[in-house]
Ligand binder design. Sequence first.
Ligand SMILES: Cc1ncc(COP(=O)(O)O)c(C=O)c1O
Length: 273
Amino acid sequence: MASTLRELLNQNLKHSEPSVLVAYTVAGTLAAVAAIRLAENGELLERSKLAVFRLGRKLLQPIINKEIDKAASGLTFPSADGEHYFQAIPAEGLSSDVVVQISDRLHETLDKKMDDQLLSGVVYWGTVNHHKAFMKILDTHLWANPLFADYFGATRKMEAEVTTMTLSLFVPLPQTMAASYALGGTESVLLAMLAYRNQALAQGIERPEVVCAATAHPAFDKAEQYFGMRLVKVPTDPVTKKIIVSEVEKAITSRTVAIVGSTPLKGKPHDLL
Ligand SMILES: Cc1ncc(COP(=O)(O)O)c(C=O)c1O
């Protein structure tokens, strides 16, 4: 069989120059390596899906445009009757009192009331006492700049204590620890994902993967885009909404750098562990 194949190849290639044969072999090997890497990373599948999506979108564009126009025609810019609409920086500055009056009036007329029932999942506020204490603390520390810890020792101390309290939740305590503070949930998720991405790159993992529930917060999709990671989404149980642990197990590969879990939060059915 081997000698037949050899004879066949020799017969067919006898008129080809050796340099052309070498060039074809090198190009073929490189193409095969690139294809294997694309397939391994799941990129081939992702690119194919995107190509199908782009084609579908192109075909359906007139219908999509019609739907966008329909939805946009129902949108109105929030404004109360007789309200002045600023379109440029006023030529003459307004006094602080006037600015506060404008802000109060806009809040009165255009904002929904902070009713726990209506804004559940939109704002996370506690009690009236909690609000008052928060405003007092904000008033005292509003201008503190934690970058200058030698000037703002109080902020430094509070930061250190919150860090220690948070780390005490980890059992056993990690041997090396660090904390960074963020302005909100999305930034916290991004910073954590960036740390995992950098650790993965340092370990030679080129396209690190993160396993999470299909219902995980969109902040993880942003991290996927920003940091060149791959989100592997696993389904949740349709009844309990909990992540299906056996599916998580199946999704773990040698490129997995993190598994997302979240604790239950009031008003957030998809955050169940
Ligand atoms: C788990 C989780 N991640 C991220 C976010 C996003 O937070 P933010 O809106 O502060 O960016 C939220 C917000 O509720 C969240 O619950």
